[in-house]
Structure formats: structure tokens, C-alpha cells
Ligand binder design. Structure first.
Ligand SMILES: C[S@@+](CC[C@H](N)C(=O)[O-])C[C@H]1O[C@@H](n2cnc3c(N)ncnc32)[C@H](O)[C@@H]1O
Length: 292
């Protein structure tokens, strides 16, 4: 592992920062799950994530899944919709309240739990699959949450860690000029309406560990199989560069997704066997997986 993870005053404080950030979201805020056609690029991305996850899961296509750091439950919703028994675990009560409301609205069943990823309140070997999206990069010490997740996974079960590392260059760099112009346009169009101000990103700690750092720890844990590859090979396009999960106007989102669908078919590098996968340095994220 890198000996000098980025120094950051929020290193020990992301739990409180996330809690405040979730509490600030309006109760009406929906998650990124969509059964049918996605309404915007974030739902599109989550649908693609889930398709890749199912491929990696192999013969583990049912049973109990634990999503650690589930937030408002976007990924857990895909698992619940596919028939898994989903447990949604997060330190944030406001996030789980949003998850509960979202699940109810979509007629999904899930079990929210307020708990810490460093002390999972579950017996060893009690899950068929463990998943997290955007969790590990918020720990200065990734070994501790990795050990906890592998502990509660049953032998033969599958671990999926989707990581969004701190980094300066990726496919997102290509979209920077476009996003800059969109931000200017948005500011011009909404200059008299303060409600349209773009949301500011909260200052969360984020590490820069690479997939190989995770694989080394997993190797020491004696898992049966393990691997990693990049994911999310297209940039997020938005008028809110610091928080690109803010959707644009519906027509723009539809046009963008049409373009991504066409381009993805041309993706020549598919290390995970799916057009949504790519080299680690290119993608917005990477997936580390292991079979126990
Ligand atoms: C970047 S958000 C991702 C949320 C969700 N997975 C998604 O994709 O929308 C990280 C989540 O991890 C949660 N979290 C942070 N530290 C945690 C910890 N120690 N134990 C459990 N959850 C934690 C935060 O409250 C937040 O909901």
C-alpha cells in the first residue's frame, strides 16, 4: 500500500460529514434505481454497474446480500429487485430514512441497519454477497473494512468493492471543458433564481489507493479467487462540475445516454468482459472482487 495516503483533516471525520450531507437532502430526493429506461446518466450508470456485478457474481445469483455504506439504497434496490434478500447498512440515519422511503415507493423489500463498516453486527459467514459503492475510498486504512466484509461473507460467496479513488486524471478529464461551458450556461440562465444554484460538494476524505493495494490485502486473506478492473468508461456530463450527479434537462440526458450507448458498443478494451469495463486508469471507478 502507498505509505503516505493523502493527508486530510477529514480523514477521521467522514462519517459525520456524510451524515450532514444526507440530512441536507430533501426527503423527496430519489435514488439511482430504475427498473425500466433510465431517466438520466446516473440511473444509466447504476444499471450498467449492476449488469457487471451480476457477471462477476457468477453462480451466486440469489441469497442474502449486504450493502455496506448503502446510503439511500440505490444499488441495494437492484439486488432486492432481482430477488436477493438485501440488508442496507450505513452509519447515517437520514440516508437510511431516504432508502426506506425509496424502497416503499418501488415496492421493494430491504432491511436497513445503522451500523459501522468497521464493526459489522453480523455473524461470520452470514452473507452470500457483499457489495459497496463508493465506500472504501473514504478510509485511510482500507484493510480494516476489507477484513470485516470478508469475515461476514460465506465460503464461496462473492465480495464486490466498487471504488472511486482520489485522482487527477481519468476519462472525466475529457469532459472538463464541456462541463465548464455547461456551468457557465447554467449560471447565465438561472442568474436570477437562487433555488437553481448548483450544489456544493462536501469535503469528504478520499484516499488514492489503487486496485493492486486491495488485491494485495485480499491475497493475504487467502481468498479462493480475486481480480480487479476499471469501470464507468464514460465521463459524467453536467452543469455542476463539483457534483456531477446533478442531472441536466431530460432531453439532454436522453441525448447523452444515446451517445454513450453507441460509443460503448465500440469500446475495444473490456477487461471485465462487458463494455462498461475498461482499464483502471481510464474509468471513473474500479471494481475489486473476490470469491471467498
Ligand atoms: C459516497 S456515499 C455512497 C452511498 C451509496 N453507496 C451510493 O452509491 O449512493 C458513502 C456512504 O458510506 C457511508 N459511510 C461512511 N463511513 C461509513 C462507515 N464507517 N460505516 C458505514 N457506512 C459508512 C456514508 O454515510 C455514505 O452513505
Amino acid at each position: 500500500m502507498p505509505s503516505n495516503p493523502p493527508d486530510d483533516k477529514f480523514k477521521g471525520g467522514s462519517v459525520a460529514a456524510f451524515d450532514q450531507s444526507w440530512a441536507a437532502l430533501p426527503a423527496s430526493n430519489r435514488y439511482h434505481f430504475a427498473r425500466q429506461e433510465p431517466a438520466h446518466q446516473v440511473q444509466f450508470a447504476f444499471q450498467n454497474h449492476f449488469r457487471v456485478f451480476r457477471k462477476v457474481l457468477g453462480d451466486v445469483q440469489s441469497g442474502r446480500v449486504l450493502e455496506v455504506g448503502s446510503g439511500r439504497g440505490s444499488m441495494a434496490a437492484f439486488f432486492a429487485n432481482a430477488g436477493f434478500g438485501a440488508v442496507l447498512l450505513d452509519t447515517s440515519r437520514p440516508a437510511l430514512d431516504l432508502a426506506r422511503a425509496n424502497f416503499r415507493q418501488d415496492g421493494l423489500t430491504g432491511h436497513p441497519e445503522i451500523a459501522d463498516a468497521l464493526r459489522l453486527p453480523h455473524a461470520s459467514g452470514s452473507f452470500d454477497a457483499i457489495v459497496s459503492i463508493g465506500l472504501f475510498e473514504h478510509f485511510a486504512d482500507i484493510a480494516a473494512p476489507l477484513h470485516e466484509q470478508l469475515r461476514v461473507l460465506r465460503p464461496g460467496g462473492v465480495f464486490l468493492g466498487y471504488v472511486v479513488p482520489e485522482r487527477t486524471v481519468s476519462v472525466q478529464t475529457l469532459a472538463a471543458p464541456v462541463n465548464g461551458l455547461l456551468a457557465l450556461e447554467h449560471r447565465w440562465r438561472t442568474r436570477r433564481d437562487p433555488r437553481q444554484a448548483v450544489p456544493r460538494k462536501a469535503p469528504f476524505y478520499r484516499n488514492a489507493y489503487r486496485a493492486r493495494d486491495y488485491l494485495k490485502i485480499l491475497e493475504g486473506m487467502g481468498v479462493a479467487a480475486r481480480g480487479a478492473f476499471g469501470m464507468f468508461p464514460v465521463p459524467m456530463v453536467s452543469h455542476s462540475p463539483s457534483f456531477p450527479f446533478t442531472p441536466m434537462a431530460p432531453a439532454r440526458e436522453q441525448r447523452l445516454m444515446g451517445l454513450w450507448r453507441a460509443l460503448l458498443q465500440l469500446n475495444p478494451l473490456r477487461p471485465g468482459g462487458d463494455p462498461w469495463t475498461c482499464p483502471e486508469d481510464w474509468g471513473l471507478a474500479f471494481l475489486v472482487w473476490a470469491k471467498k
